[in-house]
Structure formats: structure tokens, C-alpha cells
Design a protein around this ligand. Structure first.
Ligand SMILES: C[C@](O)(C(=O)O)[C@H](CC(=O)O)C(=O)O
Length: 305
């Protein structure tokens, strides 16, 4: 009989990472199967699914609240199942409605195998946290979103790490933002995400306040946004426990693909950087897929591919 011992759940892996003293969880931002594969190939043991990237890649649209729960769930589920041993933290924006809907989103993410998700206090007409004039819901509405997530995991008796994100810093200041995060923790959130932190001093103060409560703090690194850019060591020294890099792959693709297309248009250059097609497929599991098919007696790849 084969060993069918269940794998540790994605959330329990993440909780173990967060419990490690003196460690920081470094999450490459991915937005599709290919970028997830590249991060895994690089050796990352955790991924972050960006909502901005999901919106841009699936809808060709800016991060303005256009992606629906179904868009986000489908992408998160696909990414979380490329290699279920690797936990995925996924953006869940506002949760997409009132408590009932947030409960449905939570169940969908749990069923998709997502380790953690973040829920924020923007209105449903949301935008990237590094854009201006954000509208917020009252703290009581934010709390009801977090409560709905916590109640759903209790009902299902299946864990997901809840990350509370507040966008209050920009227009309501530090005290209001931190009070919202503390309220969210009381409602069941496990991790605090202060969006758009404005200085190293503010970040240090925030991490210290969260540490006193035993709550890990998350740093969102967005070049061109409102926050200073800390590298991993700096973020760790400030007291952060998680770093996400939502636009890292988007920026790389923007530059590299932009150049390849420009070279084709302007110089008729067809081969770009000439990465071999087999190497591309190898990065997405070509060899393992063929081996699986062969090992089951399939005839399609008997002689390889
Ligand atoms: C974290 C974030 O929600 C995301 O979608 O990845 C964005 C990132 C971005 O738009 O650059 C955010 O910070 O709002």
C-alpha cells in the first residue's frame, strides 16, 4: 500500500515559518503559472500571489478593484496547486462583499489550498494601496470582514492564516491605522499589514507594537509607491516577519518583453534573447510530466517528447 499520509497543510507550513525565531519569510510576487514556476525553480519555499498582477495579467487592467472573487480564486487555486508543498499567500482585496461574501471567499481560498490571504479596509471601489484618494470602510465593517473569515475557518475546521491589511495610514494617520489593525487582531487576524508605511522610523515603531502583541508584521515592497524600499535584511532589522514583492516579476516582464517587442518592431529581430523553447517548457515541468505519463504506462510519450 502506498504511503498516503496527508502532507502538512499549507497554512501549518506558513505558521511554522512565522514561528521561527530570527527568521523572515521572503515571498516573491507571482501572478500566473509561469512566474510561479520561475519562483519555485529559483528555490523559494513560499509564494505571494499579487492582486495587481492578477488583474493585469488576467484582465489587462490596472489594480482598480476590477478582478472579481472568481478571477482571484481561480488564479490563487491554480498557483497553490502547482506544487502544494509550497505555501501561497494570496491577495483577497476587500473580501468582495459583506460578511456572507467574505465567508464564501474564505471557503474558496481554503478549498483552493491557499495558506494565507489578506483582507483590507478599502471600499469595494478599491485601488492599489500606493495610489491616491483611497476610500475606506468604517472600522466596524473592516472588523466584520475579519470576523467572517475567522468564523468560516472555525466552521470548516480548516485553517488559513488571516492577514489584516489597513489602508488608513495615507489619509487617517498612524494611530487610526494601528488601532484598526489591533481591532482586526481581536477579531481573529493573525498577521498585520500596514499598507504604505512612510519611513523606517514608522516601520520600526509599528513592528515593535505588533511584536508586543505577538503579531507578525508584513512589509509590502512596491518600487515607485509611497513606502521606502527596504531590502530583506533591512526589513528584518526593522522587525518585519514577512516581505512581499508584488511588482518584482511585473517590472521584469515590463522591461524585458517591452525590449523584445521593440526590437521585433523596429529592427525585425525575431529571436529575442533566444531562450530555447525546451528550456521554457522544462521550467514548467516538461520532464516530470513525461516521466509521470511513462510511469503509468501511457503510450503518448513512450519515446520521450
Ligand atoms: C499588494 C497589492 O495589493 C497587490 O495587489 O499585490 C498591491 C501592490 C501594488 O499594486 O503594487 C497594493 O499594495 O495595493
Amino acid at each position: 500500500m502506498a504511503d498516503l499520509t496527508p502532507l502538512p497543510s499549507a497554512s501549518s507550513k506558513l505558521r511554522a515559518m512565522l514561528a521561527e525565531d530570527n527568521a523572515i519569510v521572503v515571498c516573491p510576487g507571482v501572478y500566473d503559472g509561469f512566474t510561479a514556476r520561475l519562483a519555485i525553480k529559483t528555490g523559494f519555499n513560499i509564494l505571494y500571489m499579487t492582486g495587481a498582477g492578477t488583474t493585469m495579467s488576467r484582465l489587462g487592467a490596472a489594480d482598480l478593484g476590477l478582478a472579481t472573487m472568481n478571477d482571484m480564486r481561480d488564479n490563487a487555486t491554480m498557483i497553490a496547486n502547482i506544487d502544494p508543498k509550497i505555501p501561497v499567500i494570496a491577495d483577497a482585496d476587500t473580501g468582495y462583499g459583506g460578511p456572507l461574501m467574505v465567508g464564501r471567499t474564505t471557503a474558496a481560498y481554503i478549498n483552493g489550498g491557499v495558506a494565507a490571504f489578506h483582507l483590507e479596509d478599502q471600499a469595494t471601489t478599491k485601488r492599489c494601496g500606493h495610489l491616491s484618494n483611497k476610500q475606506l470602510v468604517p472600522a466596524s465593517t473592516f472588523n466584520s470582514r475579519i470576523r467572517a473569515a475567522a468564523a468560516t475557518r472555525t466552521q470548516l475546521s480548516r485553517d488559513i492564516v488571516i492577514i489584516a491589511r489597513t489602508d488608513a495610514l495615507a489619509d487617517h494617520g498612524y494611530d487610526e491605522a494601528v488601532s484598526r489593525l489591533k481591532g482586526a487582531v481581536e477579531c481573529g487576524a493573525d498577521v498585520a499589514f500596514l499598507e504604505g508605511v512612510r519611513s523606517a522610523e514608522e516601520a520600526r515603531k509599528f513592528c515593535a507594537e505588533m511584536k508586543e502583541l505577538g503579531v507578525p508584521a508584513l512589509y509590502n515592497c512596491v518600487p515607485g509607491g509611497v513606502s521606502p524600499l527596504f531590502d530583506v535584511q533591512q526589513a528584518k532589522n526593522l522587525g518585519y516577519k514577512i516581505v512581499i514583492t508584488p511588482t518584482l516579476a511585473l517590472g521584469a516582464v515590463y522591461e524585458a518583453v517591452g525590449k523584445a517587442f521593440k526590437d521585433l518592431k523596429e529592427a525585425g529581430e525575431t529571436k529575442g534573447n533566444a531562450v530555447a523553447v525546451r528550456d521554457l517548457f522544462e521550467s514548467c515541468g516538461l520532464k516530470e510530466a513525461v516521466e509521470f505519463d511513462q510511469s503509468c504506462g501511457g503510450k503518448g510519450f513512450e519515446n520521450g517528447a
